[in-house]
Design a protein around this ligand. Sequence first.
Ligand SMILES: Cc1cc2nc3c(=O)[nH]c(=O)nc-3n(C[C@H](O)[C@H](O)[C@H](O)COP(=O)(O)OP(=O)(O)OC[C@H]3O[C@@H](n4cnc5c(N)ncnc54)[C@H](O)[C@@H]3O)c2cc1C
Length: 451
Amino acid sequence: MKKTKLVVIGGDAAGMSAASKVRREQPDFEIIVFEKSEYTSYSACGIPYFISGKVEELDELIVRSPTQFIEKYNIQAKTLHEVLEVDTDQNRILVCNRKDKTQFWESYDALLIATGGKAFCPEVKNHTANGIFGIQTLTSGSKVDTFLKKHQPKSAVIIGGGYIGLEMAEALILRGMKVTIVDRAPEVMSTLDPDMGKKVHEALENLGVEIFNSESLDHFEEKDGLVSAVVTDKQTIKTNLVILGMGTAPNTSFLINSNIELSEKKAIKVNDKQQTNVKNVWSAGDCAETLHLVSNKPFYIALGTVANKTGLVAGTNIAGGDLKFPGVVATAVCKICVHEIARTGLLEKECVDLKIDFVSTIIKSKTRAHYYPEAKDIFVKLIAEKGTGKLLGGQIIGEEGAAKRIDVLATALTYKLTLQNIIDLDLSYAPPFSPVWDPVQTAARKLIGMI
Ligand SMILES: Cc1cc2nc3c(=O)[nH]c(=O)nc-3n(C[C@H](O)[C@H](O)[C@H](O)COP(=O)(O)OP(=O)(O)OC[C@H]3O[C@@H](n4cnc5c(N)ncnc54)[C@H](O)[C@@H]3O)c2cc1C
């Protein structure tokens, strides 16, 4: 009997989670993965820590190599193979072997598209100059490290003050560089409300980071093939290293002429089983759209957590199982030096756009009992629906021990809990870990008086 053939495009978190799951469930499937870079199954999230030197070798970020995939799992992972086109009428894809530049068509019975996202880069003058890097794949991390060793720049400009920009700022500070952040938004970390973003701004300035908000990139200057300056709508900043942290866009341009339905943001539309609109074509990870469980609207978010989970769901269903991915509440954490930043749910601005009547508050508490050594400040912001007290969103900034408290709020959002439900939670306490009222409950107690 002919074996069912699964073809996966993209060999990282989502693609390899799915391929591995299919292998566990279906030992007889033929599984081929096409990956355009030279790496499979790596941690892009670890790139800033490799750049900073906390992780010494790039190889430490690789979970499984193509050799391990074939030897242990009988999955053929073909690296340096880029998929150029998907022909869903004839169930085949056009592949380019980047080593010898040859092209060939590969047929499939089931296709999973897991091509992730790409760092957004506007096509402004000199945007291809050497020294300008978007951080997305392990290859990009390796290129930045090689550039730093070769050119030893003293300063860097990061365009975009989101979490990748901030993590890269930490990495470059730890490498002894002067860091400037340029962001067109009025405050850094636009995934937070501006009042919480301001606290991140202050923390960054205390670390010596120079920040220019409400300032947009116009173009780059280039000298002898190397970037020499960032030109904004307000000034020219001399630098030989630029990191792009302007957001992630779904990597789907090769699908433009296919029958696969894309969203306005060009993410692949999927149902809760990760199926696209085309039979036997699935998608997962940063190239796919998902559902926001608080707004109940389609949503695009590029995170490793979501990529691994949607990959598992896609793999289960491709293998004949029945699993659903419910959606996300947009939970994310990041760290810059000693400062931890976390967010989940809706921002105030999103509540306004959705015409939800809300109340919000920010409280300042401590990460441990006030008398316990190393107790640090922690700020918790909660947003809740006026009248019902249903939690809508939460943001946390503080030092060690602050960020992971967001998981309590993410759980509350997932299960549509109210402020009273949060106050009622039997959360843990001992002086080294928290005050007797955990800061998230202190915030809920304050906000409940305002609903
Ligand atoms: C610097 C950085 C830090 C991050 N930190 C965090 C974090 O702390 N927490 C978190 O949750 N998330 C984090 N993320 C996001 C996380 O890494 C991604 O969400 C996750 O890697 C997405 O997995 P994916 O498999 O969907 O896509 P990717 O990891 O992008 O993998 C897609 C793969 O497809 C390949 N590909 C693309 N197009 C083609 C094609 N046409 N043909 C063949 N192959 C193709 C690419 O080369 C790539 O290897 C971070 C990302 C970066 C860049």
